[in-house]
Design a protein around this ligand. Structure first.
Ligand SMILES: NC(=O)C1=CN([C@@H]2O[C@H](COP(=O)(O)OP(=O)(O)OC[C@H]3O[C@@H](n4cnc5c(N)ncnc54)[C@H](OP(=O)(O)O)[C@@H]3O)[C@@H](O)[C@H]2O)C=CC1
Ligand SMILES: O=C(O)[C@@H]1CCC=N1
Length: 274
């Protein structure tokens, strides 16, 4: 499978790194990116072809992965509008709707429809991502299977029932690693405030999150039951959880995920006007 990435930034790097780690051939992957430094980094790190604009070789692919920022997408697609000939196009962009991508990619009056929207996350770099997928209804089984094969190489996949759900996936798991890193930062800060040096505070915080996530992933107990098993009556965990409840922590996170979803919807509506 020949795959060209439009945009070689953070998300493309996570996907390419994860794919190569899991046996995809770097010789079959190309990157189109405006930045000379980005191209040099991609070529050096992965040994792949990186160019500054679409030439015949970059367009000669089975799958085109759209990995520029949502605000950059329309301009980035302009040079190839009307030039595709059946490539499966997979967008990783937050918010952008298939109808708008299809309009920007097609010839005037002929929207392109062999399109899949996906929302991966950066743990893809170590094969531990999770990706939501939604295909235009016109995409055939081969197209859906190709999209799933690429994203399943870097973690688990979940097919969304409707395109609307992609903004929710973005808010939960696309942005989710940032919430977890933020939690780790706070736990590390707490460790430092209680007298540990930076290295030990970080180790205690990261290994706690890693161990708890692995336990939750492998357990038949729900996260709520696992939480109760840590929480001795009248003990230390209860003191912490009571304090978190007083601060409205649970509600704050639910509200934050709602804000992320709303931003995705807003981006789609704003940028799709063009
Ligand atoms: N980061 C994440 O965790 C996730 C991101 N996404 C989605 O992935 C997409 C990319 O995000 P991210 O990787 O973080 O962004 P980055 O800014 O890291 O990467 C985008 C890259 O595209 C380049 N670029 C911009 N315009 C063009 C163009 N016209 N032609 C070719 N290359 C261009 C940029 O160059 P320059 O820097 O010079 O502008 C940059 O190197 C976004 O749409 C985002 O919604 C999805 C899931 C998770
Ligand atoms: O912050 C963003 O908009 C992108 C989408 C999900 C993660 N990063």
């Amino acid at each position: 499978m020949k795959i060209t990435f439009l945009g070689g930034g953070n998300m493309a790097t996570a996907l390419i790194g994860g794919m190569i780690e899991r046996g995809f051939d770097a010789a079959g992957i190309q990157v189109v990116d405006l930045g000379a430094e980005t191209r040099a980094r991609q070529a050096e790190r992965f040994g792949l072809r990186a160019v500054d604009s679409f030439d015949a070789t970059a367009l000669d692919c089975d799958v085109l992965m759209l990995a520029v920022k949502p605000q950059q997408m329309k301009a980035a697609l302009a040079p190839i509008a009307g030039k595709l000939n059946g490539q499966l196009v997979i967008s990783v962009a937050a918010g952008l709707r298939l109808a708008d991508l299809g309009r920007w990619l097609g010839a005037p009056g002929q929207p392109y429809s062999r399109l899949v929207r996906c929302m991966p996350n950066t743990p893809a770099l170590i094969g531990a991502g999770v990706t939501g997928l939604y295909a235009d209804p016109s995409v055939d089984a081969d197209g859906r299977e190709a999209a799933e094969r690429i994203l399943a190489a870097v973690g688990s996949v979940v097919w969304a029932d409707s395109e609307d759900q992609m903004d929710a996936v973005t808010a939960i798991s696309g942005s989710g690693p940032a919430y977890v890193f933020h939690f780790i930062e706070a736990l590390e800060d707490a460790g430092r405030a209680l007298g540990f040096d930076e290295a030990d505070a970080r180790r205690l915080a990261i290994d706690t999150v890693l161990g708890a996530a692995r336990l939750a992933a492998g357990s038949e107990d729900s996260p709520a039951v696992l939480r109760e098993k840590v929480t001795s009556k009248g003990g230390t965990t209860a003191a912490a959880l009571n304090s978190l409840a007083e601060s409205g922590w649970h509600g704050a996170l639910v509200k934050a995920v709602g804000a992320a979803r709303a931003r995705g919807q807003e981006l789609g509506a704003e940028l799709g006007k063009d």
